[in-house]
Write a protein that binds this ligand. Structure first.
Ligand code: FAD
Length: 429
């Protein structure tokens, strides 16, 4: 008999909660990863995230080889993989870490059912957050939909608890020997992307100074943690421990935003496609394909918007300040549905995370939890003066800015502002 550990968005062997529990159990553990055909079929064959995942899996495979085993990699639908494994092996328990996205919840429900039919237990653990689901709720048991009280309660709970640690890396001797292959990128029909995920930085100095530096895109003094947190190549517990040590809590509060949006998605899964505030689905969006294309390509004539979109297109990254500006521009200046912007980001971002992307896009559109009132509209020129005064970020991404090759603004700010106020008012006032 064996147990199985299923890697998903926790691609590391150290401080991994479910891996620790699996290895702690008495039976040898078969470590597996499944390239889900349902997900991969939607992606371009040189998707940078698939390359990143593959690199992480290769690292895990090397570590497991040092312990006389390897990572079993499958390319199929998860349901099919588990049906086959249950039929061919004497599996007692499948261990994995929680995943809160609607697609993952549905998938796990189906897997649970298949395992049950085969008398296999399914044990799942909290790993990618400090607090999940109903861990932090209001006194009446309802979820928080406003960030600040959530964050305060989060910090209060955190102050009273001892941070868990799961030293899975010390138990790797318990992995099972097996004959399953470690598939290559070519085996799953993909090629390596030239776009790379940068290393992250959580040095004390960066965290201490974060409040003063985080808003300036040309400085680029944020942690670059997001893709690593997305795929679990770092443990959130280690990162939060480092953040909590600083006397300046601004960085910690960003990590709390992440958990805030995760619990919002858990409690309100319909917000992936519907506005959190239903009246916002009555807004008469403009379905202007040519305007949308200009925004995507970074050809709006607003240099801070164009710099952001070009950074995204070329690197899969965009500074948070600029994400707020381009998102506001799409929804408010162009009056294009936030869902189109959300989908474009999902396609391009290395750190694409459904909870954060949907949450922040709805925030920008004004339709989400804790969003600013709709009549507060970012002025791209003012934002540029405040956060890129010397045009350092803009010159990097829009080298033709200031020449006649650069397009004129595609909409007049004043006209766009008034149009937006009018259309929003008709729907929500
Ligand atoms: P840092 O500034 O160093 O922050 C540290 C960590 O805190 C981040 O890695 C992230 O995990 C978390 N965090 C910071 N800000 C936010 C926030 N506003 N919401 C949720 N978590 C936050 N973040 C994603 O991880 N995936 C997305 O798909 C995503 N889409 C976004 C879309 C829009 C329109 C906007 C305005 C923001 C979006 N963000 C998203 C949030 C934020 O922009 C990124 O997390 C951040 O820029 C990543 O860079 P960093 O790791 O250097 O962040």
């Amino acid at each position: 008999p064996i147990n199985i550990f299923w890697f998903r968005r926790d691609l590391r062997t150290d401080d991994n909660a479910a891996l620790f529990h699996a290895l702690h159990d008495k039976l040898p553990v078969l470590p597996i990863f499944i390239f889900d055909k349902n997900i991969l079929s939607e992606l371009p064959k040189d998707d940078a995230r698939v390359t990143f995942i593959y690199g992480l899996l290769s690292g895990i495979n090397e570590t497991l080889k040092n312990h006389g085993s390897s990572l079993a990699v499958f390319f199929d639908e998860p349901e099919t993989v588990f049906r086959k494994l249950a039929a061919t092996h004497n599996v007692q328990t499948v261990y994995t870490n929680h995943d809160y996205e609607p697609y993952a919840r549905q998938r796990d429900k189906a897997i649970n059912q298949i395992l049950k039919e085969n008398n296999v237990a399914f044990k799942t653990c909290k790993d990618q957050v400090i607090f999940e689901k109903d861990d932090i709720v209001k006194d009446d048991g309802k979820p928080y939909v406003v960030y600040t009280p959530y964050s305060n309660r989060w910090q209060e709970h955190f102050g009273k608890m001892t941070l868990a640690h799961y030293p899975s890396e010390t138990l790797l001797g318990n992995v099972a020997r097996h004959d399953f292959p470690f598939l290559t990128l070519a085996d799953i029909g993909f090629g390596a992307s030239a776009v790379k995920v940068p290393a992250f930085n959580t040095a004390k100095d960066l965290i201490d100074q974060y409040e003063n530096t985080r808003n300036f895109p040309w400085l680029d003094k944020t942690s670059h943690l997001s893709p690593h947190l997305r795929f679990g190549s770092v443990s959130i517990r280690n990162i939060v421990a480092a953040a909590a040590k600083s006397s300046n809590k601004t960085f910690l509060k960003e990590l709390i935003w992440r958990e805030f949006f995760m619990q919002i998605l858990w409690h309100f899964p319909h917000t992936v496609t519907k506005s959190f505030r239903p009246v916002y689905d009555d807004i008469k969006w403009r379905y202007d394909e040519s305007d949308f294309k200009k925004w995507c390509a970074g050809q709006t004539g607003y240099p801070i918007v164009d710099a952001g979109m070009r950074q995204l297109n070329q690197t899969g990254r965009m500074h948070n300040r600029v994400r707020m500006i381009v998102a506001s521009f799409l929804c408010k200046h162009l009056l294009i549905d936030w869902r189109r912007g959300e989908a474009y980001f999902a396609e391009k971002l290395l750190d694409y995370e459904q909870s954060a992307n949907v949450g922040n896009w709805q925030w920008a559109a004004g339709s989400g939890v804790d969003a600013a009132p709709y009549f507060r509209i970012f002025n791209p020129e003012e934002q540029q003066k405040k956060f890129d005064k010397e045009l350092k970020y803009i010159k990097k991404w829009v080298p033709e800015f200031g020449t006649e090759n650069y397009p004129k603004p595609m909409v007049d700010h004043k006209m766009a502002r008034e149009r937006c106020l009018q259309v929003y008012k008709e729907a929500v006032a």
